[in-house]
Design a protein around this ligand. Structure first.
Ligand code: AMP
Length: 193
């Protein structure tokens, strides 16, 4: 199983990613978590990453590719992955597709989680009181949604054109979202075999 979760901030890709990884016995690779870990390591690159994350801007593609590629290759060789939050730009998607083609480990499916922005914002503000993420404050949340619409949104068309996109309504309780995703995945030929 090689699956990408494509979703705006607050749609639940972390929660769904963990569940899908456990269900299908593959690694969950959360781009934001990996980049946050690198930021906390306090290296030169880490300080740059922390600044982008704090503003709600995307980290530059080359830094992301350097940080994520080894984990993705290792997981692919080990049987698959649930990618959560990478690729997030068209150049990242092209670079990932080229690498995957070279290694013979192309994505099987992209699950796009969608929900109205006001629902997502409310969830993130609720999460702020528990997780304490520095980027879960109202103006940064607004900016992250704008970045998603402008820069990540085009990936919905990109993967639709490639025939591998499944769209799931994320404005439901987490268990219902998980059930919907699994029901849709079970219709796919590569899982039926
Ligand atoms: P997330 O944990 O997925 O909400 O990501 C948190 C932050 O990490 C984002 O706002 C970006 O600053 C950064 N980030 C995560 N994934 C990517 C990516 N694929 N490309 C660029 N920046 C990313």
């Amino acid at each position: 199983m090689k699956l990408l979760l494509l979703a705006p901030p607050g749609a639940g890709k972390g929660t769904q990613g963990e569940r899908l990884a456990a269900r299908y016995g593959v690694q969950h690779i959360a781009a934001g978590d990996l980049l946050r870990a690198e930021a906390q390591a306090g290296t030169g690159a880490g300080r740059d990453i922390a600044a982008y994350q704090a503003r709600g801007d995307l980290v530059p593609d080359q830094i992301v590719l350097d940080a994520l590629t080894p984990a993705v290759v290792e997981a692919a060789e080990g049987g698959g992955y649930i990618l959560d939050g990478f690729p997030r730009t068209l150049p990242q998607a092209s670079a990932a597709a080229e690498l995957a083609a070279r290694l013979g480990v192309a994505l099987d499916v992209v699950v796009y989680l969608y929900a109205p922005e006001e629902v997502l914002t409310r969830r993130l503000l609720d999460r702020a009181s528990q997780a304490g993420r520095a980027d879960d404050v109202a103006d940064v949340i607004r900016h992250r949604h704008r970045v998603f619409a402008e820069t990540t949104g085009p990936l919905v068309d990109y993967y639709t054109e490639r025939g591998i996109l499944v769209a799931v309504d994320a404005d439901q309780p987490p268990d219902s979202v998980t059930a919907d995703i699994q029901a849709r995945l079970e219709l796919l030929p590569f899982l039926a075999n």
